[in-house]
Design a protein around this ligand. Structure first.
Ligand SMILES: C[S@@+](CC[C@H](N)C(=O)[O-])C[C@H]1O[C@@H](n2cnc3c(N)ncnc32)[C@H](O)[C@@H]1O
Length: 443
């Protein structure tokens, strides 16, 4: 990737990240924060970074080990002469990396089924509707709830998984708490006199993370409990989840596959660097990102942790993004993919929840309605009936079960005015294995 023709000391982002020993996403984050700047852009739009930038990253990493907040890091970089004025925003003629096409400050995430890249499209298709209160009923990362919060709606986030609920608390319900450098110090140091548990170290040897990393997780999970404020706790959990996800091959916990990280095989991507970057470095970065996402829109936002069918209350608009069942009938089982994070938020009883029959030690659970192709039609019918008095906005995929025309028929049972939109008609997007992103708006 080096731009060797000009100078061996100029790098495109991939090589720059490799040289700096940080993930590409971290470089993007530093650029966004104005901590480093590309020195030029090639005619085809690639950003070029310099040797000087590498030294700046190394200084940032040193300062991060002292748990300094971003502002302080900026101040010190300035004092060291490493921070100049911001370059004017450079626009790229294509997407060099995956970024949400929105201006809001939602932290980066690698969650299955996240609609982060679609939130602006969703907004463009619902902004004409009259609504004040909105429910994101299957909230996941919370990016849709967050988008609605930035549009000054009174937002309720919901998700059945407890770890996701913490995400909703941190980014949706929370309207002012952030984690300070004192909080970071509390979280990331071993305190004298505290007997740290060793559950993850004992139970998950050789499954997802190294022994040293497992011990670090045991320590941080314990330290999170020392934070007094529940929103601060939620922010810390949030950063921990993101750090766990980014360090996992495939960003999932569906298999015992630590060996992928340690095997001596040739890799073409920066994955290994991301996996081997210490937990604390990822954690601090995600804390910073999520701190910046905290805001109030002046209205009461809420985060709930319920099965969607147990919810009460009336909402002007309900956004529905259920787990997806492929045309082959295979459903995305979120608890199976993210059981480790659900274990973290149930740390004290985790051992009693594990299914010890499987090597990857996921949690015992029944098959969900939303992943069962034989019950899914009925589930959608009940859901649309339940929220029949609200505007229904449904994210969907063109190759799912039920089919899009079946879903349309179900919506028409309760709503007269139903529109089906296809994302490829909005902006040119390559379809993924013939699967297209759909949005039903039923008013
Ligand atoms: C496709 S994801 C939602 C993604 C989300 N819109 C985003 O952009 O991040 C589906 C979510 O539904 C949640 N879920 C599954 N069954 C549920 C239920 N019965 N009630 C509420 N949430 C449920 C899962 O935990 C998962 O986070």
């Amino acid at each position: 990737m080096t731009k060797k023709s000009k100078s061996a000391q100029e790098y495109k982002i991939g090589e720059f990240a490799r040289k700096a020993g940080v993930p590409v996403s971290t470089v993007n984050y530093y650029v966004k924060q104005g901590l480093i700047q590309p020195q030029a852009t090639t005619p085809s739009g690639y950003r070029i970074f310099s040797e000087d930038g590498l030294r700046t990253v190394s200084t940032i990493r040193e300062l991060q080990t002292e748990y300094l907040p971003l502002d302080e890091i900026k101040k010190q970089l300035r004092q060291k002469g490493r921070l100049r004025g911001r370059l004017p925003q450079m626009s790229l003629p294509f997407e060099e990396f995956e970024l949400a096409p929105v201006t809001f400050r939602f932290p980066s995430t690698r969650y299955q089924g996240s609609k982060l890249k679609l939130v602006e499209w969703i907004w463009q298709n619902i902004k004409h509707l009259r609504f004040e209160t909105a429910l994101d009923a299957f909230g996941g990362t919370g990016c849709v709830a967050y988008m609605l919060k930035t549009k000054n709606k009174e937002v309720t986030y919901n998700d059945i998984l407890r770890f996701n609920h913490y995400i909703g608390l941190a980014l949706i319900e929370n309207d002012k708490e952030t984690l300070s450098s004192d909080d970071l110090r509390l979280l990331l140091t071993k305190h004298k006199g505290v007997k740290y548990p060793t559950f993850i170290y004992d139970a998950f040897h050789d499954i997802y993370f190294t022994d040293e990393e497992n011990s670090w997780l045991d320590m941080v999970v314990r330290n999170i409990q020392f934070l007094k404020n529940r929103y601060k706790q939620a922010l810390a959990y949030y950063a921990l989840f993101q750090a766990c996800i980014i360090k996992r091959p495939y960003n999932l916990f569906h298999r015992k596959n630590l060996y992928i990280r340690t095997a001596e095989v040739k890799r073409s991507f920066g994955n290994k660097i991301t996996w081997d970057t210490p937990f604390a470095v990822h954690f601090v970065r995600f804390v910073e990102e999520s701190n910046e996402s905290v805001f109030s829109n002046g209205r009461k936002a809420r985060a709930l942790n319920l099965d969607v069918f147990d919810m009460d209350g009336q909402y002007d608009l309900v956004y529905i993004d259920t787990p997806y069942i492929s045309s082959k009938g295979v459903g995305v089982d979120y608890l199976e993919f993210y059981h480790f994070l659900e274990g973290i938020v149930n740390y004290d009883k985790w051992s009693t929840l594990i299914n010890h029959k499987v090597k990857h030690k996921s949690l015992e659970h029944e098959k969900s309605l939303w992943t069962d192709k034989n019950r899914i039609h009925d589930a959608f019918d009940r859901l649309f009936h339940k929220f029949r008095d609200s505007i229904l906005v449904v994210s969907y995929r063109s190759d799912g079960v039920p089919t899009d025309s079946e879903l349309m028929r179900l919506l028409r049972k309760y709503k007269r005015d139903v529109v089906e939109l296809n994302r490829k008609d909005y902006k040119y997007v390559l379809s993924n294995n013939g699967s297209e992103e759909l949005l039903f708006v039923a008013a």
